[in-house]
Design a protein. Structure first.
Length: 576
């Protein structure tokens, strides 16, 4: 399956691979992998890694493995494995027959650990987790050797075998690499490579009660699979010396680890731990909630795989962490949906409008364009009748300055229909609120301008009261009020910045009847309102539910326009 939407931009990883191929390194092979932990759902940050790893392999004629880092059975579940596979496929990538698990290599990894013990490069340590931290030292002070560091090879082999046999309690012993407790890199100060964990594994059951740590699993799994370029996020840069040390100590095939900056997106959090906390504490109902930055949440909200791939290509690959404005992600989906989403009319907050001089029993079908960006999408017929619904916000009894929509005595155009003029209002007897509008129409203005040349300054969307469908519409906004909710400078918990208005549910909406058989997941532009998607969980034949994907207002495009205009002014100043 191909997932290329445009020519890839140069970046330092592409340059490294190109140079390796030129030098015939690894016999000209390019073999990457995407190695998620099955302890949660993937988010947009993982999408960047997926696009990078699969995209580079595709670009250079190589292959990419999907490998699950399933070394912590206390947090992993089969449902996470299945969700990850669904997300990768949905993004447009195919690992074919290369689906692997770290648990596939448990026996081999154990043999590697035994080899390190025999070579005097690993030992069983009885220090507790807290004691290990105390012995490790600090960035300015060297660590201290464990009192168990000089155990004999025979004793270490015996203890490690008994660890595997289940003789010891969780946390009572670990296997550590014997490297250098005075190393300036804390990761090299005798890191733990195996711990005791009596927990049932989702694939191996109770076969094992000792499990390898990620730093020990990562490089050796890469080596076993013949990975040529092990692409990791920047936080693993300080772990690379350890990655290299294990491979060199074991004298096995040595892939190259390359680090890139992870994705940080404004107005959200990119930590599975934090996202899980939001779910477990009841702030968000689940991983696929459309406010979540998870791939499943974005999919349910109406994002397309193409828009996410294009976003990942746009932000590029860098060596330094930075914050990406969520407006760019929204711009990417807006740009994509503008080309592919059919236009329809929907009224979210309806007010009844009666056309007094329109025949009571008359209904006519008006022709509407499905997508002006794509003439090939054709047209549709929408019913027009005497009683309509328009948006409450499109009427003001006392219009403010620069309000050009409907008001008493004012004329406007109804989209695809006629000019109408407001001639009266009906109020609720108790509240005095306007609940119904009365208008007249000009039958000579159907679908066009007035024959006498008069103009109107606003065009409103509408639906026929008798023919429209009831719908629930969910309006989503940013999950957090602060651009960087994990900024620890003010000491506040990230949940402090949750947006209380991140979801508004409207239950009295009306949509045009062409949406009667709208399939779950299908996407539309509600004219003048934004892009919406039929909810894949709650929508049914009995109840239409739409999620707002994104508004029509493109703040990123506006930013780009301002920057472009400023640059033109700057160039003019220089030329002058």
């Amino acid at each position: 399956m191909t997932a290329t939407d445009s020519s890839p931009a140069p970046n330092f990883i592409r340059n490294i691979i190109a140079e390796d191929l030129k030098a015939n390194k690894n016999e000209g092979r390019v073999h990457t992998r995407f190695p998620p932990e099955p302890n949660g759902y993937l988010h947009i940050g993982h999408a960047k890694s997926i696009c990078l790893n699969f995209g580079l392999a595709q670009e250079f004629g190589g292959v990419c493995n999907l490998r699950f880092d399933d070394t912590d059975p206390s947090k992993e579940e089969v449902k996470y494995v299945e969700s990850i596979k669904e997300d990768v496929r949905w993004l447009g990538f195919d690992w074919q027959d290369r689906e692997f698990y770290a648990s596939d290599y448990f026996e081999q990894l154990h043999e590697y650990a035994v080899q390190l013990i025999k070579d005097g490069k690993a030992y069983v340590c009885d220090l507790s987790a807290n004691e290990i931290r105390e012995y490790r030292g600090t960035l300015t002070e060297p660590g201290k050797n464990s009192p168990y560091r000089d155990r004999s090879v025979e004793e270490n082999l015996n203890l490690f075998e008994r660890m595997r046999a289940g003789e010891f309690k969780d946390g009572s012993r670990v296997l550590r690499a014997k490297i250098d407790m005075a190393s300036p890199n804390l990761n090299m100060r005798d890191p733990v490579i195996y711990r005791i964990l009596h927990a049932e594994h989702h694939r191996t059951g109770n076969t094992w009660c000792i499990y390898p740590m990620y730093d020990f699993t990562h490089g050796q799994s890469d080596s076993i699979e013949g990975i040529t370029h092990s692409i990791c996020t920047l936080e693993f840069e300080d772990h690379r010396p350890l990655y290299d040390w294990f491979l060199d100590a074991l004298k096995i095939f040595h892939p190259q680890q390359i680090e890139f900056a992870r994705l940080n997106l404004s107005y959200t959090v990119m930590s599975k731990r934090m996202l899980l906390q939001l779910i477990e504490e009841g702030y968000i109902p689940g991983w696929d909630d459309p406010r979540m930055p998870t791939i499943s949440g974005l999919r349910r909200r109406g994002y397309t795989p193409e828009s996410i791939r294009n976003f990942c290509e746009r932000i590029g690959v860098a060596k330094r962490d930075s914050m990406v404005d969520i407006a760019l992600l929204e711009h990417s989906v807006r740009e994509d949906l503008n080309k592919r989403a059919p236009r329809v009319m929907a009224v979210l907050r309806p007010i009844r409008l009666v056309i007094d001089n329109y025949p009571e029993n008359k209904m006519e079908e008006l022709e509407a364009v499905n997508n002006p960006e794509d003439p090939g999408m054709g047209t549709r017929k929408i019913p027009f009748s005497r009683v309509l619904y328009i948006e409450q916000d499109d009427f003001r009894e006392v219009p403010p300055k620069k309000f050009f929509r409907l008001a008493p005595g004012r004329e406007v155009r109804l989209r695809y229909a006629y000019f109408i003029k407001c001639v009266g209002v009906v109020r609720d007897e108790q509240t005095g609120e306007v609940v119904e509008l009365h208008c007249t129409y000009d039958p000579k203005t159907r679908g066009g301008d007035a024959p006498d040349g008069r103009k109107v300054r606003a065009t409103l969307h509408w639906v026929s009261a008798a023919h429209s469908l009831k719908a629930e519409v969910r309006l989503y906004d940013h999950l957090f009020l602060k651009a960087n909710p994990t900024d620890e400078k003010d000491g506040a918990d990230f949940k402090t910045y949750l947006n209380p208005d991140s979801l508004e549910t409207l239950t009295s909406c009306r949509v045009e009847p062409t949406l009667k058989d709208a399939a779950p997941g299908s996407r539309y532009q509600f004219e003048r309102l934004g892009y919406f998607c039929v909810d894949t969980v709650d929508s049914s034949n009995e109840k239409l539910v739409f999620n707002r994907t994104v508004t029509l207002r493109d703040t990123w495009a506006k930013i780009q326009k301002v920057e472009k205009e400023a640059m033109e002014v700057h160039k003019g100043v220089i030329k002058g």
